[in-house]
Structures are given as structure tokens and as C-alpha cells.
Design a protein around this ligand. Structure first.
Ligand SMILES: [Zn+2]
Length: 339
């Protein structure tokens, strides 16, 4: 019995204690490295004016971006397109939070952004989005949007170190627009006309009909000083077009106006249009694409994603010469430049 105990003790020594002694070595134990202190991730807040509730809410930027992606892009788009949308939307928002860009004044002064897509960018709550998608798709679609935002967390687009004005639109007309062809002002180096494949977008080519009387009425309201001919249908002429293929200027009777002005006067889907006279006193206007045409085309982004383009490639295609960086790196480098 004593022998058994002796051998058991010996085995314990050999099997357990000896390797521990060998591994530990004979010298003093090396000093333990203290764990690296955890740096809390910076959280960015944004103040959002909700055009429906007329309330202003402070939101976590990343949570806000989920609501923008849900409202701005169909959830069945490719994940890389949704990621590109998340980065563009975050950049657009950050541009306003940081004061680099200002939304049209007088609408929500002192508040970063609003939920009106025609003024800032659209937004909807997770509840509203899920209701819209219906019970079958609510959870799947929201998870996909969360993934697009989480996988691009904190990323924004910069041009030569400055945050860009990340404009986007629904669909282009084969090419996007140079910013200066749509709005007055100097050209923007990263908002240049580039090729875009948008043919699969809904209502890519749309024809609307308007009566001569209606057109005359709208023109008279906008140009009360101008005398208009009796029949307008045969007195409309496109004078020139932009690099992006949209109407730059046109003549309606004696009035010379910008294509963008004609678009907004009649609420057309795009300034890429052709006009023809239809049946008695009717004018037919056929538009291609949807939106102002500047920056990223959402349908074009989806087309690029479907052929294997990553979100970064999509953004670099639509915004010329840009880099994609994190907000914290951007702020650190801006601080270094200031010092
Ligand atoms: Zn706004």
C-alpha cells in the first residue's frame, strides 16, 4: 500500500509538477504586461429635425445612418451598394455636423440635419421601415441595413483631407452631372461627370403629358413680365446640353431658361428630357433617370455592386479622386494640421 502511494506521488510529480517547473524556468517570473487601457470609442451625436413630427432629436450618428439607408435605398439592393450608401450618408451628415457645409438657411438653423430628402436626406425609424417592409421582410431587411452600417462604421469620404459634400441621387442618365452644370458656382473637383449604368432603375424612361394651357400658366407665374406666344407646343427648343447629357438651356417662346429650372417648374423626374407636341394642345415630355444627377447614382451603385464592385470602388467611381477614412483619423489629422 505504501508503495502504491509512493508511486502515485511520484507520477503526480512527473506528470504535473515537473513540466510546470520546466516551463516556468528557474529565474524570477517575468513581469506581467499590464493590459492595454481600453480607449472608449468616440460616439458622435447628431441633431435631427423630423419634418413629420416637427420635433428635434439628438441621435447617435451610426443609429441615424441606419434610418437614412433604410429610407434612401431599397433594402434588396446589393450589400456593397448599401455600404456605399451608408458611407455617403454618413459623410453628408458629418459635413453638416462639422460645419463644413450648411443646408439651405432658414429651414432648420442651428440643427444639423432634417429628414426631408429634398432639403437634406431622407430618414425613417426602424419601426416605420419594418412596417413598410411587412412582416416577411422586416427582420431580414433591417439586419442587412445594420450590417451595411456596422461594416462601414465611422467611415467618411474626404478629398485632399477635407470632408466632401457627398451628394447622391436615384438614377442618372448614362452619365452623372458636373456640379456646376446643375447649380450656380464654381466646379467641384470630386463632383465630375462620370459614366453610370442606370437602365434597370424603375421609371428610367418616363413620359408625362401636359397641356399647353398648363405650361403657359406655370410660365406666366414664374415670368410675369414675359409675353408668351399663343401656341407653345411648337415654340420650344433645346439650345444646349450638359456633359452629363441633360438639358442645359432651352428656349420656351421668348424665354431662355435652364433645364434644371424647367424641371423644377414642371416637377419632372430629371433634367434629361426631350419634348414633342402631342395631340391637340398637348405637350409630351420624356425624361431619363431620376434626380439632380450629381455625385453617386444609387441605381448605378447597385449595378456596380452586382458586377463585383466593393463599396469603396463604387464611391471612388462616383466621387473623383477621393479617399475613404475614419472620422477619428480625419479629426486627428485635421488637428495635426492646425498645430
Ligand atoms: Zn434639411
Amino acid at each position: 500500500m505504501k508503495k502504491i502511494l509512493y508511486y502515485t506521488a511520484l507520477m503526480v510529480l512527473i506528470v504535473i509538477l515537473l513540466p510546470a517547473i520546466i516551463v516556468r524556468g528557474c529565474g524570477p517570473a517575468p513581469p506581467q504586461k499590464p493590459p492595454a487601457p481600453e480607449i472608449p470609442e468616440k460616439v458622435y451625436d447628431i441633431t435631427v429635425y423630423n419634418k413629420d413630427t416637427k420635433l428635434t432629436e439628438v441621435m447617435d450618428l451610426e443609429e441615424y445612418i441606419k434610418g437614412v439607408v433604410a429610407a434612401e435605398m431599397p433594402a434588396d439592393f446589393d450589400l456593397e451598394a448599401l455600404k456605399a450608401q451608408a458611407v455617403a450618408a454618413r459623410t453628408f451628415a458629418y459635413g453638416r455636423m462639422s460645419g463644413a457645409y450648411r443646408s439651405k438657411q432658414g429651414v432648420h438653423d442651428g440643427i444639423d440635419i432634417c429628414t426631408d430628402s429634398t432639403h437634406c436626406q431622407a430618414w425613417m425609424s426602424a419601426e416605420s421601415a419594418k412596417k413598410r417592409w411587412g412582416i416577411l421582410f422586416a427582420s431580414r431587411n433591417w439586419s442587412k441595413i445594420e450590417r451595411a452600417v456596422n461594416e462601414t462604421k465611422g467611415l467618411i469620404i474626404v478629398y485632399q483631407g477635407d470632408v466632401i459634400n457627398a451628394l447622391f441621387h436615384a438614377s442618372s442618365a448614362g452619365r452623372t452631372e458636373n456640379a456646376e452644370d446643375v447649380w450656380e458656382g464654381k466646379s467641384v473637383p470630386y463632383l465630375r461627370s462620370v459614366a453610370s449604368s442606370d437602365e434597370s432603375s424603375k421609371g428610367y424612361i418616363t413620359t408625362v403629358t401636359i397641356s399647353e394651357d398648363e405650361l403657359t400658366e406655370k410660365l406666366q407665374e414664374a415670368y410675369p413680365e414675359e409675353e408668351l406666344p399663343e401656341s407653345l407646343a411648337d415654340d420650344i427648343e433645346v439650345i444646349d446640353i450638359t456633359e452629363g447629357g441633360r438639358v442645359k438651356t432651352l428656349r420656351v417662346g421668348n424665354i431662355i431658361m435652364k433645364g434644371t429650372e424647367f424641371r423644377s417648374l414642371l416637377g419632372l423626374r430629371s433634367a434629361c428630357f426631350s419634348i414633342s407636341s402631342g395631340d391637340e394642345g398637348q405637350i409630351s415630355i420624356t425624361t431619363t433617370g431620376h434626380g439632380h444627377g450629381v455625385g453617386m447614382s444609387q441605381w448605378g451603385a447597385n449595378a456596380l455592386a452586382k458586377t463585383g464592385g466593393t463599396f469603396s470602388e463604387i464611391l471612388r467611381h462616383y466621387y473623383t479622386g477621393v479617399d475613404i477614412v475614419s472620422i477619428s483619423d480625419h479629426e486627428a489629422s485635421a488637428q495635426r494640421t492646425d498645430n
